[in-house]
Design a protein around this ligand. Structure first.
Ligand SMILES: [Zn+2]
Length: 376
């Protein structure tokens, strides 16, 4: 009896101890998945309840696992077995028998699957390298390094990667509305000085007379989206027809003047509550994407002398977004005098804090809209 008690007490102490250590160690751990002799590249690796999960789509491509989604149910069919995940019930079934736990989960609209589970189901093996936070997927009868050699190789590989594993905290997207105007040109030169990229949402009505500013913005690698032709609330949101015409005309003008597609829109005053379902459908049908923002600088409220308030709003907003787990933080600014005054300090702070400034990338679209609509 006494003996059990001691073991039990030891268990409790070690649990408390490891929990405390776990919390103290705030340094983010980077996990790796290897396949045979190579490290795989995943956009995200999550450890949920001590189970390592990766985006289903990505591991399916790596391991050649066919999957399809029909009516909210994802099916994986391989080697005569069928694994299905029902989004509604959030349950996973194998050959129509529901499992007690779900190796597949949906996080932020994306399906993740347990590496250990899928690997064993499709007939591969898994070797864990604790020290390197790496799980190696392999097949016994395929040629591969011994685990001992692979571990040495892995250490070299991960050490070499070290400089870049001083990883960015998150991507930050600075966006400017209401240009082009003379402040657009100054903002562009400030961005250049800091080797920073941004995204501009231009108004059609200001574009024709600012052709040279527009060209330098494009030349310096910033994305241009449209912010409508008129910015007039009564015109833009009058009907779904006038709404989509404002966007199409704006995008056509960007195309005509720069040769670039402007398929990302920021609608005047933000999407909510102005955009109706019909307007949203017009956007989708015309191939547009929509960005609102995560951080509102409220820059328009301040005078030049109050530019530091804009900086503060950005700092507070970005930190809040980062702490909430946002990895792609979009900041709303305007091409205005006070914002131009604040911009150098904003960029310096973002870079010093370890965020990466990016321009919008159409091929890696990020969903950010107040409508919470994943098709936009
Ligand atoms: Zn605006």
């Amino acid at each position: 009896m006494k003996r059990y008690l001691i073991i039990f007490a030891a268990f409790i102490i070690s649990t408390i101890f490891s929990t405390t250590i776990g919390q103290a160690a705030a340094v983010p751990v980077t996990y790796h998945i290897a396949f045979q002799d190579q490290l795989l590249d995943f956009s995200d690796i999550k450890v949920i309840n001590q189970d390592t999960k990766v985006p289903l789509e990505e591991i399916a491509a790596d391991l050649d696992i066919p999957f399809e989604i029909e009516k909210g149910i994802t099916y994986i069919r391989k080697n005569g077995i069928e694994i299905s995940y029902n989004e509604k019930s959030q349950l996973t079934a194998k050959d129509a028998v529901v499992l007690e736990w779900s190796p597949i989960v949906k996080v932020d609209g994306k399906l993740f699957i347990s590496v250990e589970y899928i690997v064993s189901e499709i007939g591969y093996k898994l070797k864990k390298f604790q020290k390197q936070n790496t799980q190696r997927i392999y097949k016994e009868d395929w040629a591969h390094m011994t685990h001992a050699n692979f571990e040495i190789y892995l250490d070299k590989l991960l050490n070499k990667k070290q400089p870049s594993t001083i990883k960015s905290k998150a991507n930050v997207y600075i966006t400017f509305d209401d240009g082009p105007n003379k402040f657009t040109a100054i903002n562009n030169s400030i961005l250049k000085k800091y080797k920073a990229k941004a995204t501009f949402f231009f108004l059609g009505k200001h574009m024709k007379k600012n052709a040279s500013i527009i060209n330098s913005v494009v030349k310096d690698g910033h994305y241009i989206g449209t912010h409508s032709m008129t910015h007039d609330k009564n015109k833009v949101y009058l009907s779904s027809k006038s709404f989509i015409n404002e966007m199409i005309e704006g995008a056509n003008l960007v195309k005509k003047m720069t040769g670039e597609d402007a398929k990302l829109v920021r609608t005047p005053y933000g999407s909510k509550p102005h955009i109706t379902t019909a307007m949203k459908e017009e956007l989708v049908n015309n191939g547009f994407k929509l960005w609102d923002w995560d951080v509102d600088s409220n820059d328009w409220k301040y005078t030049d002398k109050e530019a530091n308030k804009i900086v503060q709003n950005v700092q507070v907003g970005v930190e809040k977004a980062y702490k909430s787990g946002d990895k792609d933080i979009i900041i709303l600014l305007h091409d205005r005098s006070q914002t131009t005054k604040a911009l150098p300090e904003i960029i310096e702070w973002i870079q010093k804090e370890g965020y990466t400034l990016k321009t919008y990338e159409p091929d890696h679209h990020i969903v950010q809209n107040f409508l919470r609509d994943n098709t936009l």
